[in-house]
Ligand binder design. Structure first.
Ligand SMILES: *Cc1c(COP(=O)(O)O)cnc(C)c1O
Length: 217
């Protein structure tokens, strides 16, 4: 538990997998966490965070950016099309590009803003009805469509079904990434980030194991 412990475990997992030290980026998922816990992790020197709601992030991060300088914040939750512009202003990366309509909106805004966050295509590897993401068999077409809009795709992202062995989903996502020439893999959470690193994670999204359990009001 805690930032230092998770960092150590990431380093050990990189080494065990024969991967370069520092090849995995730790996104500290700060959604719902009390502001003091987030400040404590910032004070320990961490600078990469993730949020799942545009509004929550927009309220929290501008003041931290002022007090703590160079911070990156990634969106890991679903993005409504009408919040695209705000999301592109608030976030340095969007891990949840999951439909062409959203990609189109991002492409148009990127022209207007003169820049674009790093983009990850979310794949619903378990084909779960309640989960966002393109189906595995639609992923190649989605990546191609984004590239056709001049959007560069930094990576693929998935959230495996809770009841299933995550490694099967990580392996599937890695295969899709490889055949599409996509470099990044946003996989692995508190319970399975070491497995994810063995399967090639470039970004792990760890919340409760750093900050403690989330308490929803
Ligand atoms: C909340 C969340 C996480 C972090 O989950 P933990 O189990 O607390 O590590 C990771 N990814 C996404 C998309 C999330 O919404």
């Amino acid at each position: 538990m805690g930032l230092a412990d998770i960092r150590e475990r990431i380093t050990a997992a990189e080494e065990k997998a024969g991967r370069a030290a520092g090849s995995v980026q730790l996104i500290a998922i700060s959604k719902v966490q009390p502001i003091e816990r987030v400040a404590a992790v910032l004070d320990e020197g961490h600078r990469l965070f993730g949020e799942n709601k545009v509004q929550e992030a927009a309220g929290k991060w501008p003041s931290f950016r002022e007090t703590h300088g160079d911070i990156a914040v990634h969106l890991v939750g679903p993005l409504q099309t009408n919040k695209t512009k705000q999301a592109m202003e608030v976030f340095d990366a969007i891990h949840t590009v999951d439909r062409e309509k959203l990609a189109r909106k991002i492409a148009n805004q990127a022209q207007a803003l003169g820049g674009c966050p790093d983009l990850f295509v979310q794949v619903n590897t378990g084909a779960e009805a309640q989960k966002a993401g393109v189906l595995p068999e639609e992923a190649d077409a989605m990546v191609a469509a984004c590239r056709g809009m001049d959007l560069s795709i930094a990576g693929l992202m998935c959230i495996p079904p809770v009841e299933e062995e995550p490694s099967l989903h990580f392996a599937l996502l890695a295969k899709i990434a490889e055949r599409n020439g996509v470099a990044g893999l946003s996989i692995g959470m508190s319970g399975d980030f070491e497995t994810a690193i063995a399967f090639g994670a470039t970004h792990v999204r760890v919340g409760s194991a750093i900050f403690g359990e989330r308490v929803y009001a």
